[in-house]
Design a protein around this ligand. Structure first.
Ligand code: AMP
Ligand code: GLY
Length: 427
């Protein structure tokens, strides 16, 4: 079968590698893919947001199955458009993708169905929001309603910062139309856990838990990024917490979406905060996380394509979804300057023995050579019998990769290692 994967980052590279393990998969097209993905799939220059282009390509090329990985085409309705043309598609339809597409929607959903989350207020008028931040407890958390490339959340420690955040999102439209509404919410504290799950709207199968490292610099300093590294499982996510999350968050969310006539089928990502008052939802994503996927999929022992089809066909309860008991780590190598300005076009050298453990995110091919083209350039991964082994191996692989201006965090997994002695990662 010919399949296509929409997107062009490290997450898509990890998905494509895993899909290739299925013998029924003959050809994989990546729309648009990237210079590194080109080693594993045929890259087609159609942008991930180009719904018309993707549908036309799929129909013309006899695509038998599509995977839409990024948030924006899902929120824009790419799966609806493909399904209409009879092409089975992994990913939620537009009505369900709103769970990520509008934070106001997801907060109202959680309130209506009693799903634990930070207390909040929604504003569509900056004067009322500015009034509110004068009395809100500090720090306070200000979020643009719509998609904002992972940058739409501001944690304001002072009233002045809070006022500036409201003005920049609502009045200056820093994130465009995503700032028509804002959510202002309670600041939560505790370890963060990412749990990706497969769901067909009836059954929810959580994948192995993971921990992202969002800040650019060691010690969780510097600016927020798309993610500088991940480990799995997350040691804070004990079996007891996992059971609680299933009953208080995962199943109630899937049922709530059904009750709203917005059945979710695909990968539902729960961004959780383990607070003193129990686990609470920080955010929902309607897709695989990046770079969580780069540690979660290497631990999946079952066949990804089979699992995805069982989701699309509504028979996830019969599917074989098994994760290994091992550990995984991913270290992102980025371009100097990221997440702000950075230069592109530097040649990348990757040792032959580590290529299969590298997922490429921001690189293109120039005269047959891989060169940097993005902020997050690639993710270097490893699995191991312990978290320490996975981390040591991943960092030893980083040493075999070079490009001008490469930087990476040296402390991925440090907090997880420190926590590992007290908690047990959901087992
Ligand atoms: P999001 O884009 O919703 O994932 O938010 C980005 C990051 O902001 C999260 O990963 C958290 O670290 C932080 N954050 C979001 N909401 C809150 C909150 N209510 N309290 C504390 N931190 C938060
Ligand atoms: N790593 C966080 C995300 O994918 O949104």
């Amino acid at each position: 079968m010919k399949i296509m994967v929409v997107g062009g980052g490290g997450r898509e590279h990890a998905i494509i590698r895993k899909l290739k393990e299925n013998p029924e998969v003959e050809t994989i097209y990546a729309l648009p893919g990237n210079g590194g993905i080109a080693a594993d799939a045929i890259c087609v220059p159609i942008g991930a947001r180009d719904i018309g282009g993707a549908v036309e390509f799929a129909v013309a090329n006899g695509i038998g199955y599509a995977v839409v990985a990024p948030d924006d085409p899902l929120v824009l309705g790419m799966c609806d458009a493909l399904t209409e043309k009879g092409i089975p598609c992994f990913g939620p339809d537009k009505r369900a993708a709103i769970i990520e597409g509008s934070k106001a929607f997801s907060k109202e959903l959680m309130k209506k169905y009693g799903i634990p989350t930070a207390a909040y207020e929604i504003f569509d008028d900056s004067a009322a929001a500015l009034d509110y931040v004068e009395k809100a407890p500090l720090p306070t958390v200000i979020k643009a309603d719509g998609l904002a490339l992972g940058k739409g959340v501001i944690i304001a420690a002072t009233r002045e910062e809070a006022r500036a955040a409201v003005r920049s999102i609502m009045d200056d439209r820093r994130f465009g139309a995503s700032g028509e509404k804002i959510v202002i919410e309670e600041f939560l504290e505790g370890p963060e856990v990412s749990v990706l799950s497969f769901t067909d709207g009836k059954t929810v199968v959580p994948m192995v838990s993971s921990m992202d490292h969002k800040r650019a610099l060691d010690g969780d300093n510097g600016l927020n990024t798309g993610g500088m590294g991940t480990v799995a499982p997350n040691p804070y996510y004990t079996k007891e917490i996992a059971d609680r999350c299933m009953n208080e968050i995962f199943l109630p969310t899937v049922r709530a979406m059904n009750a709203e006539g917005r059945t979710f089928r695909g990968c539902l990502y729960f961004g959780l905060m383990l607070t003193a008052g129990g686990p609470k939802v920080i955010e929902y994503n309607c897709r695989f996380g990046d770079p969580e996927t780069q540690v979660v999929l290497p631990l999946l022992e079952s066949d990804l394509f089979d699992v995805m089809r069982s989701v699309t066909e509504g028979r996830l309860s019969d599917a074989d979804v098994r994760f290994s008991d091992r550990h995984a780590a991913c270290v992102i190598m980025a371009s100097k300057g990221y997440p702000e300005e950075y230069e592109k076009g530097y040649g990348i050298t990757i040792g032959d023995d580590v290529k299969e453990h590298v997922y490429v995110a921001g690189a293109s091919l120039k005269d047959g050579r891989l060169v940097t083209s993005g902020g997050r350039v690639l993710g270097v991964t490893a699995t191991g019998d312990s978290l320490k082994e996975a981390l040591d191996t991943a960092y030893s692989r980083v040493e075999k990769i070079s490009f001008e201006g490469a930087f990476w965090r040296k402390d991925i997994g440090k907090r997880a290692l420190e926590a590992g002695g007290i908690v047990n990662g959901g087992k």
